[in-house]
Write a protein that binds this ligand. Structure first.
Ligand SMILES: C[S@@+](CC[C@H](N)C(=O)[O-])C[C@H]1O[C@@H](n2cnc3c(N)ncnc32)[C@H](O)[C@@H]1O
Length: 232
């Protein structure tokens, strides 16, 4: 099916001038935002579920309607897959009962990632599939790599895979990962083999937009997030 999702337009001509300063700030200044009670409860539920499953974790961060969570769970029956999204509306859309080795959680990732790090979670794989791009230069802080929670994403470690239809988003993300971890991943074009993993992927593909990804293996380094001890 052909769709006509518009490609990204931005007033940036290259990586944002403030990116390195934002990343440096995240690495050196604790994020003071208190953890919301609803995410604390959602995390406690996810933690109990994960303990029962005793399998390597795959985190699907910003899973939307959770199709990718379901597909990853079917592809990896020996893993426990947790999809997290803040939108109750998206999570509630009917896409069938999730496989038994998957869990959909409604939570704010800004809090969930920090709780996961504080609890010692070490995802084997960590997906960020088509995060909101926030393409205006003024919105750098809202992109995950410009957000103060960014060090937590890197600190969790594991195989991190980020996909986007906006190449610059990934180029910035790669620069930020390089700054935080010392290893800068490559951004490559993504050609889905067979079924698309997510609805956004399918939408962009059927609008003839190029898709991009970065994949990087990161060590678990909780010390990257300042103020981690104050979170639990
Ligand atoms: C563009 S959609 C992509 C959804 C899905 N990954 C896909 O590819 O179809 C981005 C998703 O990130 C979620 N999101 C954005 N900020 C979030 C946050 N702070 N905590 C949890 N989810 C968030 C949104 O609710 C939305 O479902």
């Amino acid at each position: 099916m052909q769709s006509n999702s518009r490609s990204i337009t931005t007033n940036q001509h290259g990586p944002h001038d403030e990116l390195s300063r934002r990343v440096e700030r995240g690495l050196t200044h604790p994020l003071r935002k208190p953890v919301a009670e609803h995410t604390r409860q959602a995390f406690a539920h996810a933690e109990a579920w994960l303990k029962l499953h005793r399998a390597p974790l795959i985190l699907d961060a910003g899973c939307g309607v959770g199709l990718s969570t379901r597909r990853l769970a079917l592809e990896h029956p020996d893993h426990a897959v947790i999809g997290v999204d803040r939108s109750a509306d998206r999570l509630a859309r009917e896409h069938g009962e999730p496989p038994g080795n998957s869990l959909l959680v409604r939570a704010d990732l800004v809090d969930f990632w920090r709780l996961a790090l504080a609890a010692g979670w070490k995802p084997r794989k960590h997906y960020l599939l088509y995060p909101n791009p926030y393409p205006k230069a003024a919105h750098l802080k809202m992109r995950w790599h410009g957000h103060p929670v960014f060090p937590a994403i890197v600190a969790l470690g594991g195989r991190l895979e980020v996909r986007s239809n906006w190449r610059l988003y990934l180029e910035e993300f790669a620069l930020a990962v390089g700054q935080a971890s010392g290893q800068r991943p490559e951004v490559i074009e993504h050609h889905p083999a067979g079924e698309c993993l997510t609805p956004f992927e399918a939408k962009y593909l059927s609008s003839d937009q190029a898709l991009w990804k970065l994949v990087t293996d990161l060590p678990h380094r909780p010390e990257l997030l300042p103020g981690l001890n104050d979170i639990r």
